[in-house]
Design a protein around this ligand. Structure first.
Ligand SMILES: Cc1cc2nc3c(=O)[nH]c(=O)nc-3n(C[C@H](O)[C@H](O)[C@H](O)COP(=O)(O)OP(=O)(O)OC[C@H]3O[C@@H](n4cnc5c(N)ncnc54)[C@H](O)[C@@H]3O)c2cc1C
Length: 357
């Protein structure tokens, strides 16, 4: 006898309720809606339920059930991924039933180990919560980007996220010293020991970083921490040409050891974000030029090293420089909010860009 899809759905939802509890199986249209469309609003698809496990064991139970019953899983963290991979596919491209496995309940944050400079975090912890937790202990996180309030540890690992500090500390892949994840058959793999040289079996952090949810559901990770720097200086430079920008960045990388972040911004992107914010950029790039946003951070004031370096290079047309925190925030929003401005823009054609260098 052929069963109706709705019977299968109801049976599956009952099974999920047994595993994660009734409150964490969302089936009503209005409760599922936010999980079925991505941050850009361009990608959407329906799921039979949103299921929110709060442990690796519960995630394993959900994944095992789906595996045995032919139900697709879309793992979702903060849903900020921009490319549609965090939401179900539309019914015309995927007729199979699917669930969204949301990681929002995997929000455990362990004690900060300031000797090993590591912390264990659940996959659903946001980048902002990871950073606040580290800063409360007097240290800092090596990865940061504008979607920090929603984007999660699991999502950042799955996408190998970058952000403004890539230049100094690398992408998310370089920060994962241990991982716990659930494979498609429900097996829990990995280790959270935090050993830098883990030589037992597959190195799961390497396998799973950048895997976009295609190989496993990440449930927790052991992550590196970095020193918190007391002094930061931010400079928004206008550069005459892209070639000059590349030369200048090379010089800064060689000569300024406190260089912490660098973002290259096209003039078109700056115009877009300025219009979106209804603000003028404090400095304006000459025609054919571009912008470089630079952060230097250290335990002693890095200002003189940065100022000396930028006064000795050619190609800089103008600069706005500050060490004052509110003024830094003012400058940084011209980078941080470009993605938001692009999303809000109604223009069609090739979008402008900014690049974490
Ligand atoms: C304003 C804005 C600025 C951004 N800036 C940057 C930036 O500077 N640098 C950058 O790299 N990205 C940036 N992004 C993109 C995005 O924030 C990152 O890709 C982020 O890492 C996604 O995390 P998320 O939790 O939102 O993941 P989601 O969007 O929920 O998911 C992204 C992918 O990861 C998978 N996934 C999520 N959680 C897990 C898990 N626990 N286990 C396995 N797979 C999982 C999903 O299935 C999906 O394939 C930006 C986005 C926005 C909206």
């Amino acid at each position: 006898m052929i069963r109706q899809v709705s019977d299968i759905d109801a049976e599956a939802c009952d099974a999920f309720r047994q595993i994660v509890g009734t409150a964490h199986v969302l089936v009503d249209d209005d409760l599922r809606a936010g999980y079925e469309i991505d941050w850009t609003g361009r990608y959407s698809g329906l799921c039979l339920a949103v299921v929110r496990p709060d442990s690796a064991d519960a995630a394993s139970g959900v994944v095992s059930y789906c595996n045995a019953n032919g139900i697709d899983i879309v793992t979702q963290g903060g849903n900020t991924g921009l490319v549609g991979a965090s939401v179900p596919r539309s019914a015309d491209t995927n007729p199979r039933p699917s669930i969204v496995l949301a990681t929002s309940q995997l929000k455990f944050l362990g004690d900060v180990d300031t000797s090993a400079m590591q912390v264990t975090a659940g996959a659903g912890v946001t980048i902002a919560a990871w950073r606040s937790h580290a800063r409360m202990a007097g240290v800092d996180t090596p990865v940061d980007f504008a979607a920090r309030d929603s984007a999660t540890i699991g999502g950042a690992i799955a996408t190998n996220a970058g952000g403004s500090r890539v230049l100094r500390f690398g992408t998310m892949r370089q920060q994962v010293v241990g991982i716990e994840a659930v494979l498609a058959n429900g097996q829990i793999v990995g280790s959270l020991s935090g050993l830098p040289k883990e030589s037992v079996g597959l190195h799961w952090p390497s396998v799973l970083a950048g895997s976009e949810g295609s190989l496993a559901v990440v449930t927790s990770a052991r992550l590196k921490l970095v020193p918190f720097f007391d002094y930061t200086i931010t400079a928004l430079l206008t550069i005459r040409t892209l070639d000059h920008a590349i030369d200048i960045l090379g010089r800064l990388r060689r000569d300024v050891s406190s260089l912490d972040a660098a973002e290259l911004v096209q003039t078109a992107a700056m115009e877009l974000v300025a219009a979106h914010l209804d603000l003028s950029p404090p400095v304006e790039a000459p025609s054919g030029g571009c912008y470089l946003m630079i952060d230097c951070a250290d335990q002693t004031d890095p200002s003189s090293a940065l100022l000396e370096a930028i006064s000795n290079v050619s190609g800089i047309a103008d600069a706005a420089v500050t060490t004052d925190a509110p003024r830094r925030d003012h400058l940084l929003q011209f980078c941080d909010r470009i993605t938001e401005a692009m999303s809000a823009a109604t223009t069609t054609g090739k979008p402008p860009f900014k690049l974490d260098v």
